[in-house]
Design a protein around this ligand. Structure first.
Ligand code: SF4
Length: 141
């Protein structure tokens, strides 16, 4: 298993200007109601968990058509999820966004700002990608 490296300062600076991050900060929701509106409802969940050597283009393209991509990305950043595609972002992109999300206080209160950038290297409170049955939580309907 390859350990993710810490994002470099220029990557974090770029993440802070990323329109997807700004949209996530604006559209974040306190509940999971956004999930049932996801454009990926009828798509194979494996599409959103490509292998590291595979392109994530198909998933990212679908996310870009999705009305709830801001809320989706906010959720992924709140839980520190760095697997799979969420809100039109790849895990690598989200690692840099996560530093900005936590250090800049963009989260509405679900994340603990004391965790800082170190938190993204900790084990994630989420199923492994191959075990994740449904990236939009259709089961929660
Ligand atoms: S992963 Fe998120 S942004 Fe992408 S289609 Fe599903 S709900 Fe929308």
């Amino acid at each position: 298993m390859t350990r993710a490296r810490m994002p470099r300062p220029h990557e974090v600076a770029a993440a802070r200007r990323d329109p997807r991050l700004l949209r996530a900060a604006k559209e974040q929701q306190g509940d999971g109601a956004w999930r049932i509106r996801g454009a990926c409802q009828a798509v194979d969940p494996e599409t959103f968990f490509p292998a590291p050597t595979e392109p994530a283009d198909a998933a990212v393209a679908l996310c870009r058509t999705c009305d709830v991509q801001g809320a989706c990305l906010a959720w992924a950043l709140d839980v520190g999820d760095c697997h799979g595609v969420w809100g039109a972002t790849t895990p690598r992109e989200r690692r840099a966004m996560l530093v900005a999300w936590r250090s800049d206080g963009l989260a509405a209160g679900n994340a603990d700002p004391r965790l800082g950038a170190v938190a993204m290297l900790l084990p994630l409170p989420r199923a492994r990608p191959q075990e994740h049955p449904d990236p939009v939580g259709a089961a929660a309907q």
